[in-house]
Write a protein of this length. Sequence first.
Length: 552
Amino acid sequence: MKLTRTIAFRLFLLIALIQTTILLALTYATVRVQNENLMEHVVSSAHRVSEVIARSTRHSMLVNRKEEVQNIIGSLRDQPGIEGIRIYNKQGTVVFGTVDQDLGATVDVNAEACISCHSGSRLEDPHPSGERFSRIFAKQDGLRVLGLITPIRNEAQCSNADCHAHPSTKTILGVLDVKMSLGAVDQQLLASRNQLLLLSVVSVLLVGMASGGFIWLFVRHPVKKLVVGMEMVSSGNLDHRLEAKTSDEIGQLAHTFNEMTEDLARARKEITAWSQTLEQKVREKTADLERAHKQMVHIEKMSSLGQLSSSVAHELNNPLEGILTFAKLLIKRVNKSSLPPAEIQSYTEDLKLIAEEAQRSGTIVKNLLVFSRQSGVSFHPVHLQTVLERCNLLVNHHSRINNVDLRMSCTDDDLIECDPGQIQQLLIALMVNAIEAMSPVPGRPEGGILTVDARRSEKQDSLVIQVKDTGQGMSDDVKAHIFEPFFTTKSEGKGVGLGLAIAYGIVERHHGVIDVESSPGHGTVFTVTLPTKQPDDPASQGLVSPQEGAHA
């Protein structure tokens, strides 16, 4: 195949043409912009020169020192870039100038240097379009010249001068004509244009070589290998593979070619692969069934919890109501008896405690229903110290029996918005669990220290209650499940695994957080953080059951 017929050659030719066109256009635009900027700079320089001349000769003209004005202008004739300086009077006569032959000559108003500033044949009628007029014209030798004409206005100092006063009706006294050679500028522009053209040619060559090498390496060579591969496959060699090193279109084409040649081999391996896939699918389905089974067990547990709550409420409400009624009746009888006042007071306090505990037991039954049915709670401000004292009174006897030293402390700023009955139930559950964790076991002495500490959080917006024991602690596996309903580490008949689950539900209903830190042989610390003020939004009073998640 001829090189000129290949896609690579056509692509290279297209890139070269586009690049050449763009660089030529860019060179033209650059030269034009550079020319405009340079000319603008030259005109600005001419304005400054004209301004310097006008200021240098102003005083001498006011005092009518013509020789001094001529000397100033004559001293500028040899300055680089100055082509000539002339000052005309109102009649167009050259009064001062850098060329002695021009002095006294009259300017032709129709000349190229004058026609742009005058609308007619009269020198007294210049265009009133501005203070200065610039023009560019060519000399006989072809070099360009920039001419800048600045009208000399009849200022008040000039019209009032005693030496050569002019009537104030005259607005223009003469014209300052400064001519500056553009030869150096034209040479600089020519050199710059030539440099840009040279750089453009070099750029075209370099980019052409780079693009040609790129096309040869990444287009022609891979396409040629693909053509050879197709010829080999068409001859029956299905084991041939192409190297797909890139991810571009050619790489994708080579990858597709390899996939095509692998179809037959893949067909022979499908039976073995299918058996392995079937085994994997069986394992996946088995895992799905196990997860579904665990979910069903969880649902059954929650259903059992609801049934248990209903049964407990039905079976215990009547006995508790009887205990409460007879306790109140005994209080009345004891108060009317003839026993000594000290005994009456002692019996009355015990009976009141029985009545209150019977009433609290009824509340606990209701809390089971709250846990199961997502019922609401009753929040109101209460001092936490009062709840702690109540808990101390109720578990003190239990702690003494188990030889546990109970230590309680509470901050003075202990006002909190909560349901005191549920908070009491929460703390008693944690304290009883801690006492039982310090019960005697083989190899471990009996007793321990139970510390209950309540303090303000760092942000002062919540109370932090810590229940710490020196018991046997828990492993990580046990910690991960302690808040789940029906999970217990106690021996059969000593617990049903609802205490910590209900405690967790109480904390969630109070919009708090419960956390546990424990390790085997190093005791356990339960940390309960409760906000001192509950949210005002009624929608935020919704409850979250312990089975939906737990902190551990």
